[in-house]
Design a protein around this ligand. Structure first.
Ligand code: NCD
Length: 312
């Protein structure tokens, strides 16, 4: 087992061996999660605090379940976006929590870099559950596990990430991870939603779904992140669906056995047709949710081992 980090703040600092270590351990936890008694003791006696400054359904629920299944004492702080007063408040909150001796702090925050900042102020392990449009490492790891289990490998695959790349931390973490594992990544979307520096990321960029999906093994759709847009990125949702929404016609350009992914929450009829999302022969969207719990168990288990090693 090789995983050296004190925190899990992003995919960027991870070595491919560390990624494989997390995925291999997560694979074991998939088995535990499918058993009738879902209990292990990797985090027994440890305190996990979840601080979500942005709304979340699956990420928060799966971090909570992951901690409980491994025996941690888990607390969810109720943070409403309206109460965020930036910088000072965040650091004050961090210092207050730190005084209560948590071992694992899971943080989602609307500002890129906020989670890294917080990690510098506390003694415990910090896991980034999404910071602004920067990184969402556990999402990329659960996507990687889903791909590996479905395709039997995590290298030399053609993977199209489609839609609102510009506002997406999911896209950024996935591009980093899939690139480290030597896949060919394509970004497909309207030029207004592709970040200007994308050409330097070692990816191919397309503004046409038919061309972008040609021969792909994996088609990853993203939500239009309207909460991060200040207007004017797309003409209308109807027009967007027509050009970029994944339907059977567009999917036919990908390989016959291509899988369809979406991190959720989905907007049916905007970026994806509901029948494709529900097609159990193509869509692995529910598997992604299942892998999410296992990946978060693995990540917290490995961080806890490092905490113990450091204390010893
Ligand atoms: C994503 C997020 O929050 O970045 N969702 C998630 O974690 N499952 C993507 C999104 O909000 O569209």
């Amino acid at each position: 087992m090789t995983f050296r980090g004190k925190h899990l703040l992003g995919i960027e600092p991870l070595h491919p061996v560390e990624i494989i270590t997390i995925l291999d351990l997560a694979d074991e936890y998939v088995g535990l999660n499918r058993a009738s008694v879902k209990h292990a003791d990797a985090l027994t006696g440890l305190t996990q605090i979840n601080m979500f400054f942005e709304n979340s359904t699956r990420t928060q629920a799966s971090f909570e379940l992951a901690g409980m299944r491994l025996g941690a004492d888990v607390m969810n702080m109720q943070m409403q976006a309206s109460s965020i007063k930036k910088g000072e408040t965040l650091i004050d909150t961090a210092l207050t929590l730190n005084a209560m001796h948590p071992d694992l702090l899971v943080v989602r925050h609307p500002h890129s870099g906020a989670v890294d900042l917080l990690a510098q102020k506390v003694n415990c392990a910090v896991l980034n559950a999404g910071d602004g449009r920067h990184e969402h490492p556990t999402q990329a790891l659960l996507d990687a596990l889903t791909i590996r289990r479905s395709k039997g490998r995590l290298h030399r695959l053609n993977i199209a990430i489609c839609g609102d790349i510009a506002h997406s931390r999911v896209a950024r973490s996935n591009i980093l991870l899939l690139g480290k594992m030597e896949n060919r990544v394509r970004l497909v979307g309207p030029p207004t939603l592709i970040p200007s520096g994308a050409a330097d990321w070692g990816v191919e960029v397309y503004d046409d779904m038919a061309k972008g999906l040609e021969g792909c093994d994996v088609v990853m759709m993203l939500r239009l992140q309207k909460e991060r847009m200040d207007g004017g990125f797309i003409p209308s949702e109807r027009e967007y669906y027509h050009r970029y929404g994944l339907d059977a016609g567009k999917l036919a350009h990908a390989k016959e056995d291509a899988i369809v992914m979406h991190p959720g929450p989905m907007n049916r009829g905007v970026e994806i047709d509901g029948t494709i999302a529900d097609d159990i022969n193509r869509s692995v969207i529910q598997e992604q949710v299942e892998m999410g719990v296992a990946v978060r168990m693995a990540a917290m288990d490995l961080l806890a081992r490092n905490l113990r090693a450091e204390a010893a």
